[in-house]
Write a protein that binds this ligand. Structure first.
Ligand SMILES: NC(=O)c1ccc[n+]([C@@H]2O[C@H](COP(=O)([O-])OP(=O)(O)OC[C@H]3O[C@@H](n4cnc5c(N)ncnc54)[C@H](OP(=O)(O)O)[C@@H]3O)[C@@H](O)[C@H]2O)c1
Length: 277
């Protein structure tokens, strides 16, 4: 057992896709956790650096899930400033949730490495849960998904696997200074993924490839912020150009088992009724 986990682990994004699951896992093992988000106690806000130090008081390790996304320009400098402050405050162990093939995310990883912390990086593929807990859930419910992406394979990774990996690297020895690339076991295009979800949910949900301009207009129609359209266009352009069309053995290396397949995710999630209209 890693000695730093006798003090609370601060879980940034602790109510989000991976943070919530990590908090459940550590709590189930009787380990103390502190949720780091705007609704945490004390509150933690990436946009208000005066909230960082109170949140770091007395913690032994931090799981860093940045919001909204490490692809946003400036994210690396913010993660760097936070990591250095954490070390100054006496936190030794930092685990960063990162993304594959993103310039700014890879810069954030370098910032983490330079902070003086005992670091581990979980560099992840797109999460399966973007379809059920993220921006795609509404269009799936409405019955049509239209995205500016073609026939590019993405190895969607399950947030449960990421949380299992995070819990392992935080509580077991031997993961300091390691970078793990976490992917699922299979490449799927977005059209493939939507078709699997449709089959699991017992609905015909068509997928349509649209232009970036059409996508931006659709986002504005839903009254979502322009920054959100920029981010998604950036991700669809930068990350989904084929650079990430490969599988890795990261889940196997950390957990000693295969990653969860997208079809298992789709079947389990469909049973919750989330994709019913
Ligand atoms: N989604 C993916 O496919 C994917 C893939 C690879 C890497 N990543 C990386 O994973 C990270 C998290 O992405 P996600 O999609 O999984 O998001 P998420 O964790 O589901 O985001 C929601 C969380 O962020 C918190 N939050 C929102 N605004 C905040 C703020 N201003 N300050 C502090 N906390 C705030 C929310 O709590 P409150 O509302 O209480 O503040 C909640 O805990 C990103 O850095 C991204 O680059 C994501």
């Amino acid at each position: 057992m890693n000695p730093t986990v006798t003090k609370p682990t601060l879980i940034l994004g602790g109510t989000g896709k991976t943070g919530r699951r990590l908090a459940e896992r550590l709590t189930a093992r009787g380990l103390p956790v502190q949720i780091g988000s705007r609704s945490g106690t004390p509150p933690f806000d990436w946009e208000n650096s005066t909230s960082w130090e109170p949140a770091l008081d007395g913690v032994g390790a931090v799981y860093i899930s940045y919001y909204p996304d490490l692809a946003v320009p400036g994210a690396a400098d913010t993660v760097g400033a936070f990591s250095r402050l954490a070390v100054e405050c006496g936190v030794r162990r930092l685990v960063l949730l990162s993304g594959r093939g993103e310039t700014e995310a890879q810069r954030a990883e370098e910032m983490l490495k330079g902070s003086g912390a005992e670091w581990t990086i979980l560099r992840c593929a797109w999460f399966s849960q973007n379809f059920s807990e993220g921006f795609l859930v509404d269009s799936l419910r409405e019955g049509e998904v239209a995205l500016p992406v073609g026939n590019v394979g993405e190895p969607f990774v399950d947030a449960d696997d990421i949380a299992d990996a995070a819990a392992t690297v935080l509580t077991r020895q031997g993961h300091t200074g390691q970078l793990y690339e976490l992917t699922g076991p299979r490449l799927l295009s977005f059209a493939d993924a939507v078709a699997e979800i449709g089959r699991a949910a017992g609905r015909d949900i068509p997928f349509k490839q649209i232009s970036h301009a059409e996508f931006t207009a659709a986002i504005a129609e839903h009254e979502l912020p322009a920054q959100f359209a920029w981010l998604l266009n950036e991700l669809f352009t930068e990350v989904l150009d084929g650079r990430n069309e490969s599988l890795t053995d990261g889940v196997q290396r950390v957990l000693g088992r295969a990653p969860k397949d997208f079809s298992a995710y789709a079947t389990e999630t469909a049973a919750t009724g989330i994709w019913r209209n």
